[in-house]
Design a protein around this ligand. Structure first.
Ligand code: HEC
Ligand code: HEC
Ligand code: HEC
Length: 367
């Protein structure tokens, strides 16, 4: 348990000193795997998912995996022979790598994506619980029901209802709904380091999440933001900056009202933000020290299916016509965090994550 501390990560626990001995023990049972992070074999050897709140409450069975003759050979001909054995019994191969029921279930994803602190047991991330309570968890209404996999393993992230056919193996059967392994989410910044294509997929899925409508009556202005397409609270992750920007200009082009306009890359404190603030036992925001998290102090994220009303008072005396531009903006990390990382790695020349416009409505009023 990491708590009541303020040291470098290397001081936590004894994983560092023991040089990840537990992982080495696991490897000793199988063969060396040259994979980093959450790779193919790890995911496809998950044989059981518990419903114990996350923190990888799953079973990975690498040991009992059926191996193929010559599969680890460096010889091209022997590798070819090895692949032929898979083709000869493809159904058996498929069965050994994905239990059909488990690999369709949101619980499978929840094992890793739900996180809680080991001490206080506070939920750091509860995408699964939020999804259970969402309109997308509707097993009795197939046209409405969508699992994590339906939205995050689809080839068309702009339209979750559009199933794209394809082949997942050479000369294999054409599947009506061929899954994608992009796992597109909000992090357009990291995926953008991989390629422009991956960045675009991430921005595309983000832009589907919300809808925006506005209403003006006298000096009362209301922005209505609806989480139409995210299967959990929006934003779905930590550290994301999602906020409302309102700018009203009068006939002479003069700005007469502003809210949420960035100042030198910083979001003003007064902005209407959609955010979760985690606090410690003294109700102090934990910031980057996530392990001190005890409870949620403030939560203005928008629930799946919810419409949020943000009300503003415009100045009483206005020279009409007035144009009001309203936008919901998204930034993967705040400038303050980027500055901290830059200071720690000055030689890396870390770029500032750009601001993404999720939705925009511009309206002109004559009274
Ligand atoms: C995060 C976990 C995860 C990782 C990592 C992962 N998969 Fe998958 N994969 C899944 C799930 C879940 C499905 C089942 C989707 C379905 O059938 O609805 C799947 C389906 C598949 C399918 C069948 C696709 C289809 O539509 O028929 C193949 C083939 C496959 N994965 C291969 C791979 C390969 C190769 C890698 C590594 C490059 C990989 N997977 C990495 C979770 C993962
Ligand atoms: C074995 C653990 C594991 C499993 C199982 C898993 N994931 Fe992930 N997933 C990760 C890790 C690690 C990352 C990268 C770190 C991060 O962004 O949280 C990630 C990243 C993602 C992202 C991108 C997040 C972002 O900020 O852009 C999405 C979306 C995602 N996973 C969805 C899924 C879905 C859907 C499933 C179920 C099919 C699933 N994951 C199963 C570990 C897992
Ligand atoms: C109806 C479609 C839908 C379903 C169902 C859904 N998601 Fe998402 N998810 C989205 C969209 C859209 C976004 C991007 C906007 C956001 O952050 O909410 C997203 C974002 C994410 C992210 C990245 C968050 C971030 O801040 O980078 C993760 C991780 C994720 N989802 C995991 C899951 C898991 C796990 C499940 C199932 C328990 C799930 N999603 C179910 C649509 C869906």
């Amino acid at each position: 348990m990491i708590n009541k501390d303020n040291g470098a990560l290397t001081q936590f626990g004894n994983m560092w000193e023991k040089k990840a001995a537990s992982l080495n023990v696991a490897y000793a049972h199988g063969k060396p795997v040259s994979e980093r992070g959450t790779g193919c074999v790890f995911c496809h050897r998950i044989t059981k998912a518990e419903d114990a709140g996350g923190n990888t409450d799953l079973t990975v069975n690498i040991k009992d995996r059926e191996s193929y003759l010559f599969e680890d050979s460096g010889n091209r001909f022997l590798n070819w022979l090895s692949e032929k054995q898979i083709n000869a019994s493809s159904l058996q191969h498929k069965k050994s790598y994905s239990n059909p029921e488990l690999y369709q279930s949101s619980l499978y994803c929840a094992t890793c994506h739900n996180e809680f602190t080991s001490g206080p047991g506070a939920n750091i991330n509860d995408n699964f619980g939020e999804w259970l309570a969402s309109p997308f968890n509707a097993p009795d209404k197939p046209e409405q029901h969508k699992t994590c996999i339906d939205c995050h393993m689809t080839q068309d992230v702009k339209d979750f209802n559009h199933k794209v056919a394809g082949q997942s193996t050479q000369d294999g059967p054409v599947k009506k709904n061929m899954r994608s392994h992009h796992f597109a989410g909000g992090n357009y910044y990291f995926t953008g380091m991989r390629s422009a294509e991956h960045k675009k997929i991430s921005i595309d899925i983000l832009k589907t999440a919300l809808s925006l409508d506005v209403e003006k009556s006298g000096s009362d202005f209301t922005a209505k933001i609806t989480n139409v397409n995210s299967g959990h609270d929006m934003p779905g992750g930590a550290r994301r900056q999602v906020w409302l920007e309102v700018v009203a200009t009068d006939a002479s082009g003069q700005s007469i009202f502003e809210s949420g306009v960035m100042n030198d890359g910083y979001i003003p404190k007064s902005a209407r933000k959609f955010i979760k603030v985690s606090v410690d036992e003294n109700d102090k925001p934990v910031g980057l020290r996530f392990w001190r998290y005890v409870k949620i102090g403030k939560d203005t994220r928008i629930k799946s299916g919810e419409t949020r009303l943000e009300k503003f008072k415009l100045p009483a005396e206005i020279k009409y016509p007035v144009t009001i531009s309203t936008r919901v903006l998204y930034q993967v990390f705040a400038k303050g965090l980027t500055e901290k990382v830059r200071a720690a790695f000055p030689e890396e020349k870390i770029p500032e994550p750009e601001v993404i416009e999720l939705v925009k409505v511009v309206k002109k009023y004559s009274q």
